[in-house]
Design a binder for this molecule. Structure first.
Ligand code: MN
Length: 233
């Protein structure tokens, strides 16, 4: 079954002085990156990753092409970090309409992909953080996790090594599904119910993305806030 994807995106610096999040709405490719690094490095990393991803995917729109594009994004950020002798990196979530495997997502880090189906939000990615991996291993309790000193430390990121392990997720999309890609500034600020409420009431993907970001910024997110909303038609 061929899906048509229609997307909108919004990003805001939130409570920070600069915006290290970046979003892309391309031709059959939708992505979000949340950069990390000192001074302006995080901003450079997230933009560079999405630009490299978009350019490389345009040359091969298959599922393998998407994974290849993620590795190209990784190399682009790593090269820039080496050249400028700084540490920078970024998360990456990409959703692509591929030529051979339908809608496929690729994911590194702690930005997230959700699907809204029949009014219910379902998380499709697993955070690549120290605490999420300890939780999955049963090594810490949910309560202890909130206090853990390494709760926000990423176990994988784009731009920190010559190769990056990328999660590939095959999405079985149905008409009327909606996908949400968001940075941690959004999902740590808004509750699942608040996200479901906005996605359930605003059909236009651009307006929905803007409303989600505005709601998180209004609730004093101390991070950058970004959302990409994709309608499956
Ligand atoms: Mn963030």
């Amino acid at each position: 079954m061929t899906s048509t994807l229609v997307a909108g995106a919004a990003t805001h610096q939130g409570g920070r002085r600069n915006n290290q999040d970046a979003v892309v709405v391309g031709d059959g490719l939708f992505g979000l990156a949340d950069g990390v690094g000192g001074l302006s490095s995080g901003e450079v990393a997230s933009r560079l990753a999405l630009d490299a991803l978009n350019a490389d995917f345009a040359t091969d729109r298959s599922a393998d092409g998407l994974l290849h594009a993620c590795q190209q994004a990784n190399r682009a950020v790593l090269r820039r970090a080496d050249r400028e002798a700084v540490t920078m990196g970024t998360t990456l979530v990409a959703v692509a309409l591929t030529t051979d495997a339908g809608v496929v997502a690729a994911h590194v880090g702690d930005s997230r992909l959700y699907r809204l189906r029949n009014g219910h939000l379902e998380l499709l990615t697993r955070d690549h953080t120290v605490i999420a991996e300890l939780l999955r291993a049963g090594a810490v309790s949910e309560d202890a996790a909130d206090e853990h000193p390494h709760r926000n430390v990423l176990t994988r990121a784009i731009g920190v090594g010559p190769e990056v392990e990328v999660d590939r997720i095959e999405l079985s999309c149905r008409p009327e599904d909606r996908l949400l890609i968001c940075s941690d500034g959004l999902f740590k600020t808004l509750s699942t119910e608040e996200i479901e409420e906005i996605l359930g009431s605003e059909p236009n993907p651009q307006d929905a993305a803007e409303q989600l970001v505005a709601a998180a910024v209004e609730q004093l997110s101390d991070d950058n806030v970004s959302a990409v909303v994709v309608n499956v038609e």
